[in-house]
Design a protein around this ligand. Structure first.
Ligand SMILES: [Fe+2]
Ligand SMILES: [Fe+2]
Length: 469
């Protein structure tokens, strides 16, 4: 039973002075996402600041929880009379339904360019780190990169899967190393956040509740990651592949099949070059070390083709499994020197086919992933079964706007959007077809889609206006 609602600022003061808080009741945000589990004894200010950053001003404390001073004595604090802000103040501005197509096109264009500028900034940062590593045989400016990682992860949490809006079709394989880091960090941190808040209780109860199952709990002893642990994991999702900076570029971008020696050299980016980077930059925490060294390790019992040996699957923490899955996903949907990008639906299907039934923990992770990504992000382009191409306005449905005829010649006037999910015939989405030359497609978008783009200054102002946690 809720006994009182206490101001977060007051609780932060108490914790700062050595006190502790246990809510005794799960705390959710306005979207129903779990922010703080009822049994967590909070002894650091970060989880409380995390609640505040998610729009809460006070937290409920039930009779089975409590507020304790530095000596462990329960303190009696009455309820604070602070009105909670309306959920509209902090919820993601997701349009419920597209009523005005031009407005929605503008909104998508704005988000795409916003996400693009965020992605470019993150890519420039990782490029800088790669150059530093190449010139110093391993060292880079850890503070700069860590700051950029938390900025990117915060951006990802504020906007719903924002980099889905980024025109990845504009990236070429030369940029892959850098765009890959930005994409995995942005998407991976969202999946991690969702997995942590939505599934921690379920994982605890269904996978590790019996003594026979308890041995599996060694997988990172996961029950719930604290915000400071999540911050470190998001940093890991940005830098886990930096060992590749020590592999010659011509091998990384080689368009033909690698020789056995070249494959062996690339594989050294984890335990060998990665280890050098850990040592030289003092990144030896368990979290970072696991992510850098084992992100190509086995995430289910007996998974083939994994390296290096060292951490058995049972011990592989959820955050490393998330890192590995996001690494694979982004590699599949990116254009590389030796392959075209794979359609995102095909990539998700392939991840599910290969992983979902192999390990119960992976079911939760993949569930969090698919919830995060949505199959048809707004602004993406799909083929219809009759050969027409269409622009996605809303992922729900999805609601699409065809822009070519069935011979793929651009339409001159704008048709009405429709819900492709309700179609079974020629107007349904053809999920077997992917865009072969995406850049060309973007250049060919008809005026009724392209000409709603915002002027540069407006985009710059929107970017500057975002405040990061
Ligand atoms: Fe890697
Ligand atoms: Fe990778």
């Amino acid at each position: 039973m809720i006994q009182s609602s206490i101001s977060i600022d007051k609780l932060i003061d108490i914790v700062r002075q050595g006190g502790r808080v246990k809510t005794g009741v799960d705390v959710y945000d306005s979207n129903g996402t779990l922010l703080l589990a009822k049994d967590v004894l909070v002894d650091k200010t970060k989880p409380l600041k995390f609640l505040r950053n998610n729009g809460l001003r006070k937290v409920p404390v039930a009779s089975n929880g409590g507020v304790f001073d530095a000596s462990g004595n329960k303190i009696n604090i009455g309820s604070d009379n602070i009105p909670e802000p309306s959920p509209r103040d902090f919820s993601d501005p997701k349009p419920a339904k597209t009523q005005n197509v031009t407005e929605r096109l503008k909104q998508i264009q704005e988000l795409r360019r916003f996400a693009e500028s965020m992605s470019s900034k993150a890519q420039a940062c990782i490029k800088n780190a790669v150059n530093q590593i190449r010139h110093t045989e391993g060292e880079f400016n850890v503070d700069d990169v860590s700051e950029q990682a938390s900025e990117l992860a915060s951006f990802a949490e504020q906007k719903h899967h924002p980099l889905a809006y980024a025109p990845r079709e504009l990236f070429f394989y030369d940029d892959y190393f850098y765009s890959h880091a930005a994409n995995v960090c942005a998407l991976g941190s969202q999946v991690l956040h969702r997995f942590n808040t939505a599934f921690s209780n379920a994982v605890e109860k269904s996978l590790w509740s019996s003594p026979a199952q308890a041995k599996n709990k060694s997988a990172g002893m996961f029950s719930y990651y604290y915000p400071e642990e999540v911050d470190e994991m998001c940093f890991g999702l940005f830098i886990y592949d930096l060992g590749k900076s020590m592999v010659p570029e011509e091998i990384l971008n080689k368009p033909s099949v690698l020789t056995e020696d070249e494959t062996h050299l690339i594989q050294k980016h984890t335990n060998d070059f990665g280890f050098t980077i850990i040592e030289k930059n003092h990144l030896g925490s368990t979290v970072l070390s696991n992510m850098i060294r084992y992100h190509h390790g086995p995430i289910y019992e007996g998974e083939p083709g994994c390296y290096p040996f060292g951490l058995e699957c049972r011990m592989m923490p959820p955050y490393v499994r998330i890192c590995k899955l996001m690494d694979i996903y982004d590699a599949m949907i990116s254009k590389r020197s030796y392959q075209d990008a794979i359609n995102q639906v095909t990539a998700v299907t392939s991840l599910f086919r290969n992983y979902v039934h192999k390990d119960p923990l992976l079911q939760y992770i993949l569930h969090a992933f698919v919830k995060t990504i949505g199959l048809y992000p707004p602004g993406s382009i799909v083929f219809l079964k009759n050969g027409q191409m269409a622009y996605v306005l809303e992922s729900e449905g999805p609601l699409v706007l065809p822009f070519t005829n069935s011979s793929q010649a651009p339409l001159t006037s704008r048709p009405d959007p429709y819900n492709a999910g309700e179609q079974t015939g020629v107007l349904a989405i053809d999920s077997t077809r992917s865009i072969r030359h995406p850049k060309t497609v973007w250049d060919c978008l008809p005026a009724f889609i392209r000409e709603v783009a915002l002027p540069e200054e407006q985009v710059a102002a929107a970017v500057a206006a975002v405040s990061f946690i």
